[in-house]
Design a protein around this ligand. Structure first.
Ligand code: GLU
Length: 276
């Protein structure tokens, strides 16, 4: 049964064939139920309007059509996260009021130095935040201020969820992931907060994305729970890898969709070219 879905490109570069497959799969699973195009351009330093425009053009060229988005409008506009700061702040307020988040002045470097040797899934993107760096107490705040805020995870709790492709997936809080940033010290919502806030606001029924985000899903489930919101269903697509088994990305020589197009490769071939 199709479910209302979304495409959520981050415009930090050109889309490559790996993205093409994940987005085509998301579009296929949402067919007939509505598909939102959301530009995840929160990181002002790394995102560029040209890449957002290129992403829309490349995806259209591939034959992917969305029913709501920055270029077609819709009831949930704006569809660029860079313009949704007021909503993210509202969600920050709700989290702050729940007592689940705390201000954390520690830099990434502090965390790396204090973190114990990594254990748990090898795929973990960042060192575990050491519980010793949690504050004993903090002042209630009405605005985030110039400090990062972290979500305090329930240590030892197993977060279990059903993935549409992988079946039951488990992640343990405090083992597979630690206290995570929900608000950045440069006063922007962090990815985990923004994506939950928007998937909820945009009434997304199924989130389709790459399986590199499985641990993020566990974090996001904790946010849904704290906010009292129903989580969507989850479907994590296999990552596209190159002949050497490395994840296909720009930095590992992934080929941009428009480069393939310029070489005369057609849309259908871009999608099968990147098939495993
Ligand atoms: N914008 C994210 C990315 O490009 C995807 C986030 C998501 O699908 O939840 O990696």
């Amino acid at each position: 049964m199709p479910s209302r879905g979304r495409l959520a490109p981050t415009p930090t570069g050109l889309l490559h064939a790996g993205h093409a497959r994940t987005f085509a799969l998301a579009a296929e699973r949402a067919r007939g139920a509505g598909l939102v195009m959301r530009i995840e351009d929160l990181d002002r330093d790394r995102c560029r309007a040209e890449f957002a425009a290129a992403a829309l053009e490349d995806l259209r060229w591939l034959g992917i059509e969305w029913t709501e988005g920055p270029d077609v409008g819709g009831p949930h506009a704006p569809y660029e996260q860079g313009r949704r700061g007021a909503w993210f702040l509202e969600v920050w307020r709700r989290l702050e009021a729940s007592g689940a988040i705390y201000p954390s002045p520690h830099s990434r470097r502090d965390v790396e130095l204090a973190a114990t040797a990594p254990h748990g899934p090898a795929a973990r993107e960042e060192p575990l935040f050491p519980p010793a760096l949690r504050p004993a107490s903090w002042h209630r705040a009405s605005a985030p201020g110039r400090v990062a805020w972290r979500f305090r995870v329930p240590d030892g709790r197993v977060i279990e969820f059903t993935d549409g492709r992988l079946g039951t997936v488990c992640r343990t809080a405090g083992v597979d992931f630690g206290d995570f940033v929900v608000w950045r010290r440069d006063d922007l919502a962090a990815y985990e907060l923004a994506v939950v806030a928007d998937d909820h606001a945009m009434e997304i029924e199924e989130v389709v994305r790459g399986e590199d985000l499985l641990t993020s899903t566990a974090r996001q489930i904790l946010l849904y729970e704290t906010l009292g919101w129903e989580p969507p269903r989850w479907f994590h697509a296999p990552l596209v890898v190159d002949a050497g088994g490395r994840r296909l990305a720009k930095r590992s020589g992934g080929v941009a969709i428009r480069e393939l197009r310029a070489r005369g490769v057609g849309p259908a071939d871009v999608l099968t070219w990147s098939a495993p």
